[in-house]
Write a protein that binds this ligand. Sequence first.
Ligand code: CP
Ligand code: NVA
Length: 302
Amino acid sequence: MKHLLKLMDLTTEEITEILDIADQLKYEKKHGIEHHLLKGKTLGMIFEKSSTRTRVSFEVGMYDLGGSALFLSSRDLQIGRGEPVQDTARVLSRYLDGIMIRTFAQSEVEDLAKYGNIPIINGLTDYCHPCQVLADLMTIREHKGSLAGKKMCYIGDGNNMTNSLIVGGIKTGMKVSVACPKGYTPDAEIMKWAAENGEFVCTDNILEAAKDADVLFTDVWASMGQESEAEERKKIFAGYQINDDVIAVSKPDVMVQHCLPAHREEEITAKVFEAHADEIFDEAENRLHAQKAVLVKCLGGR
Ligand code: CP
Ligand code: NVA
């Protein structure tokens, strides 16, 4: 595996291998076992959007693996002043061993991979968030013991998270249900692929989607770049919240996941968030271990 551009590019075996490596690296870190698999390697991290978890998990991850990481804000790079991505990719390929990029257009990530000759890792685009969903799958497996046959339900905006959750869930044999308002459903091609390759439902009825769910997901109603729509979206998504009614129709031992940042009383009530905080912060912690596994797979190592 050279790049991580989107989960659709990975086989089920590759996803499972990343989760296995992540579990192993987590175990080793907890037991003080050093694993300098990327000694001497440098990761460039280009951010065109804000980040807490992605930035810190990749930076600490590279440090744990014996390498180093450079934070590159697009505001300070020439790319922010219009230098073509083709040129940026070829220049950075001469200095770095890999690039993690968070940006708007998926095509920018794909172009970096096309024109550069070092591994490119997608740290979130408007289209998908593969790194987050690998951490999510790791967390579900940790809590539930396995993924195949378990039911994942996502409630809210059909956004980058939803697209990656559908692909990651279906590829690992989970049943996936999504509840979104009309006009805010996930990517049409991904939904078609999901229906052809597994058990997939998309509805506007949140209780139907959540029925007997093993794990519930949600995400913000307005993603980065949609700030101007936030007030209008609050009205459109008002009925798409993880609350006690949703928990009541799910399995009694349902777990709740949120990629964070969370907006309490919007997509999730404060009560449900706090009742499931341990699972949600395990998920946030697992960003570190899962990102290290991705780095090891893409930049070489185990
Ligand atoms: N979940 C996630 O990607 O968080 P950040 O935006 O803080 O990186
Ligand atoms: N859908 C959110 C995810 C943030 C991690 C966004 O794109 O802002």
